[in-house]
Write a protein that binds this ligand. Sequence first.
Ligand code: THU
Length: 138
Amino acid sequence: MKEKELIEKAIEAREFSYAPYSGFKVGAALEGADGEIYQGCNIENAAYTPCNCAERTALFKAVSEGKRKFKKIAVVGWSAQEEKAKDYCPPCGVCRQVLREFVNPKEFQIVVAKDIVDYKVYTLEELLPESFGPENLQ
Ligand code: THU
């Protein structure tokens, strides 16, 4: 899927964000190797610690449905109070590591977008250099 289309899916997913504590709504759209799209939003919790990011929601949905190969993910995030993003929303460190488990860091792409025309594309390796992954345990 083209970047623009994947970003649209992430913006759509953001609508379902449950973020009553931070007020920061995030959406992600993850493309599987077979072209299937998995959407995710952040899901917060009154106990704070159990908050789940949009990227992990999308990935866990996919893995729980038997998918383990992925091409790229688009991420958008901005305050519920604002109409559009002022900044990019790069994945947090935990999400980078969780994605690392299932992808080739040199190939997997992360699209961080303000909107469908203003976005940047990184490989996971660029955002998580010298990473620790399954091969390190072999
Ligand atoms: N958040 C995400 O969903 N993804 C990110 O990459 C950054 C942060 C969420 C977590 C929390 O619900 C809110 O944004 C504020 O940190």
